[in-house]
Write a protein that binds this ligand. Structure first.
Ligand code: FES
Length: 151
């Protein structure tokens, strides 16, 4: 008798997602709705509480690419550097079913059901997710990318 390990299954992996992710997904989905009504990062709205502090050294984020990072509170996030002075960050918790979205060059890809998101905006480009990835406000401070706490 042969069995297929869960990580090789083509079935939805919702049951394989840890309970914490499910909670984060619900939180992210609610926060995503808030972010949509608030028109994104520029308005200082946050998807979740990422905490305050550095999340990456600027030198570790190549221009035109996305990288996976942890927020100061330990959450999974994705960071994209559009040019020398512009960065954007998003929750890595997929708005479809809570899997962890991965960087894929200039795009963001969810391995569970193949949703694809724009790395610069977090907008959904393909797949079953019906909401963008919630933005996390960030700024460049010295040679670090830090979460930006609204004042
Ligand atoms: S969890 Fe289904 S596409 Fe991401």
């Amino acid at each position: 008798m042969t069995t297929t390990p869960p990580h090789q299954s083509h079935q939805p992996r919702q049951a394989a997602c840890p309970r914490r992710r499910t909670v984060l997904a619900a939180s992210a989905a609610s926060a995503g709705a808030l972010a949509l009504t608030a028109c994104g990062v520029e308005d200082g709205e946050d998807a979740a509480d990422p905490g305050a502090g550095p999340i990456a050294a600027l030198v570790d984020v190549p221009v035109g690419e996305a990288v996976a990072v942890k927020t100061p509170n330990g959450g999974d996030a994705l960071l994209f550097r559009a040019d020398e002075t512009t960065v954007a960050a998003f929750s890595a918790i997929c708005t479809h079913a809570g899997c962890t979205v991965q960087p894929d060059g200039g795009r963001l890809h969810c391995p569970c059901h193949d949703s694809v998101f724009d790395a610069a905006t977090g907008e959904r480009l393909e797949g079953p997710a019906d909401a963008p990835l919630p933005p996390i406000p960030v700024r460049i401070e010295d040679d670090q990318v830090v979460t930006a706490v609204p004042e």
